[in-house]
Ligand binder design. Sequence first.
Ligand code: MG
Length: 276
Amino acid sequence: MQPMSVGIMLGVGDDPNTSFEKAKSVGVDNVQMGCPPDQYFTPDAQEDLKQAISASGIMITTVFCGFVGESYADIPTVKRTVGYVPADSRAERIEKTKRISDFAKNLGVYQIAAHAGFIPENHSDPLYPVMVKTMQEIADYVVGNGQIFALETGQETAPALLSFLTDVNRGNVKVNFDPANMILYGSGEPIEALELLKDFIVSVHCKDGKWPTEDNQLGVETPLGDGDVGMDRFVNKLKEIGYHGPLTIEREISGGQQLRDLIKAKELLENLRDGE
Ligand code: MG
């Protein structure tokens, strides 16, 4: 794959062929796969999926983990429900992460990723050491599959994430940098965050959005180029830090509008990437 090759974040449904068709309609040859539905985990389904992938010619760069019970309705709900934060489902979610790691390995994919959930900025919060231990357990499992685990950014500030990565202290725990999330969650200026986290960034989401205007509410996601990220600054900064991974467009709507936005975003990114 070429450096900074444009791809998309691809949700997968009942029929993987339909999903890969979407990637082809956008005109990309690489995708990050959204969390696989449970029916993909049987050996037969995985064989079918491998065949569909190979027939499509599409490269899967990352498989994302997601969990039953997560809700992104507003910031307090995200804090309560997302990732490895909820104590009553943590063990089950760690197990599911391991299953996704095995599933990805079987497809020949060497990166998995997730929103880990809100990592407390205050290290004396009792949740903090639990999150560090959880991430170490996951890292130590996926390294056995030859994989890295990428934390999606946005729910905490870049300094908080950096200090968490330092405490986790595992060479295979990295960052999937989503500049829009930094804005949507009010977690800090994305270009500064990119500079701070540059040594850990293995993949990015090209997504855009507007800052929140009310407490506890998320900002609003927009088509690429219409939000507050500054796509030209973002792509230039990626070049400056020597980023070579894919430019994975994420547009969190569905239907025809999503397809149109993805096609436009691809053109915008290719122009920015290939320009001066
Ligand atoms: Mg994202």
